[in-house]
Design a protein around this ligand. Structure first.
Ligand code: UGA
Length: 450
């Protein structure tokens, strides 16, 4: 079965490249011709660990091709993954115009039956709208379409690993037999018959992935429900951190023990600056909006959002408490990406911190292993340093705002000597408080009082 991917953003690229790596033949298209030209020239427009190697290999083996012609991709693919963006509008409602546009293109370009797979994160009922759109735009006597919802659960920074080692593959279908075609596409993953691009020696022993067949509506809801629950857990951990500060507990100890209960689980319980990125913030907005349209008040998600929005202010409060006025202070900002192992700065709490520091008149010097080029475009007046030590030289304070492991591994003894005032405000609870204080730093983080 030949597979087409429409939309070469992060999800489309990872899906296309990994399915090609798993042995399929892929053709990918994007409305942005410049992006396709880059990919055709072998340049990968995003930083995602292992992705460039997978793309290089599968392009070399001619299993992965890129085309500027959407018609060519649609006609070539028996299965078409729709991976276009669904950005939020002012109201929180996702903008589905790109999906509508692709539906029109598929309906007019298709000459043979197509499996149309909705991969973009969309609200419940989009699959039903997609079916309607395909049939409304279809030419007389044109091709038949089978719509599938196949939400992705990839995390940026570990997306290639997640693709090859998923917990579950969810397939939402409303017609018999269609799920089997998806099982065929995912067979190499389900049966672990692939050469893993992430684990050179052997993959870690994990449970085999579940193949879950649901209705289209359920599949769409599963995606929103999963991301919203992760957001809720993170905000919960952040409120616990605030409580620990007031009551004298240590949030790391609390969440570690809480997460050991298998009913709760250890992940997404790390307190800090809260969640950012292009998934969690927009997904909870969309879910709140969707619930409201059907008369359901999703109050707990609104609270999740409110707690998250306060995190940056909480860090700035700490900065003001330690430095009194921020105006004119030399602040080293470690981190810009919304989390480690990505160059994505969309809805990044680190960027929000940067914005607020500039607004208060601080003199900021920033460093990030991957996200500086993207940030420089937005903040031409900010000083950026590739070398974290140079970033911190002479600074009145360090604000650590993205959880890059390389920041943990720095020679902090050396840093203490470089800074004008050895003060660390760790917005990601990344460093060890005892060790930092022993090295002579004034140190504060979230929910880990002295
Ligand atoms: C999220 C989900 O985790 C994926 O399962 C989903 O497929 C994806 O959205 C999507 O919808 O495409 P992602 O946005 O890459 O993935 O990031 P997460 O790893 O979930 O982290 C989100 C944010 O929360 C980051 O800013 C991170 O720093 C923060 N975070 C995460 C915490 O503050 N604490 C934690 O314990 C975990």
């Amino acid at each position: 079965m030949r597979i087409a991917v429409i939309g070469c953003g992060y999800v489309g690229l990872v899906t296309g490249a990994c399915l090609a790596e798993a042995g399929h033949e892929l053709i990918c298209n994007d409305i942005d011709e410049g992006r396709i030209a880059s990919l055709q020239a072998g340049r990968v427009p995003i930083y995602e660990p292992h992705l460039d190697a997978v793309i290089e290999e599968t392009r070399g083996a001619r299993r992965l091709t890129f085309t500027k012609s959407v018609g060519e991709a649609i006609r070539a693919g028996d299965a078409i993954f729709i991976c276009v963006g669904t950005p939020p509008k002012e109201t929180g409602e996702p903008d589905l115009s790109a999906i509508d546009n692709v539906a029109r293109q598929i309906a007019t370009e298709a000459r043979s039956p197509k499996l149309v797979i909705e991969k973009s994160t969309v609200p419940a009922h989009t699959g039903q709208q997609l079916k309607r759109a395909l049939s409304a735009y279809r030419r007389d006597g044109g091709a038949t379409f089978h719509v599938v919802s196949n939400p992705e659960f990839l995390r940026e920074g570990t997306a290639v690993e997640d693709f090859f080692h998923p917990d579950r593959i969810v397939v939402g279908v409303d017609e018999p037999g269609v799920a089997e075609q998806l099982r065929e596409i995912y067979r190499p993953i389900l049966e672990r018959r692939f050469r893993c691009p992430v684990h050179a020696a052997a993959c870690p022993p994990t449970a085999m992935p579940e193949f879950l067949v649901t209705t289209i509506n359920s599949a769409e809801l599963i995606k929103h429900a999963s991301n919203s629950f992760l957001a809720l857990k993170i905000s919960y951990a952040n409120v616990l951190a605030d409580l620990c500060e007031k009551l004298g507990g240590n949030v790391d100890e609390v969440t570690r023990a809480v997460g050991m209960d298998p009913r709760i689980g250890p992940q997404s319980l790390k307190a800090g600056l809260g969640f950012g990125g292009f998934c969690l913030p927009k997904d909870i907005q969309a879910f709140i909006y969707l619930a409201k349209t059907v008369g359901v008040d999703f109050g707990m998600l609104k609270e999740t959002e409110r707690v998250n929005q306060q995190r940056v202010e909480r860090l700035l409060e700490k900065a003001r408490k330690a430095l009194w006025v921020l105006k004119g202070k030399k602040i080293a900002l470690l981190g810009l990406a919304f989390k480690a192992h990505t160059d994505d700065i969309r809805f990044s709490s680190a960027i929000e911190v940067l914005r607020r520091l500039i607004a208060e008149g601080a003199e900021v010097c920033a460093c990030d292993p991957q996200a500086m080029d993207r940030t420089r475009v937005l903040f031409p007046d900010v000083k950026f340093e590739r070398d974290p030590y140079e970033t911190m030289r002479g600074a009145d304070a360090v604000l650590l705002v993205t959880e890059w492991p390389e920041f943990r591994e720095l020679d902090w003894e050396r840093v203490a000597r470089l800074m004008a005032r050895p003060l660390i405000l760790d917005g990601r609870n990344l460093l060890n408080p005892q060790r930092m204080r022993k090295l002579g730093f004034e140190y504060d983080s979230f929910g880990r009082p002295e």
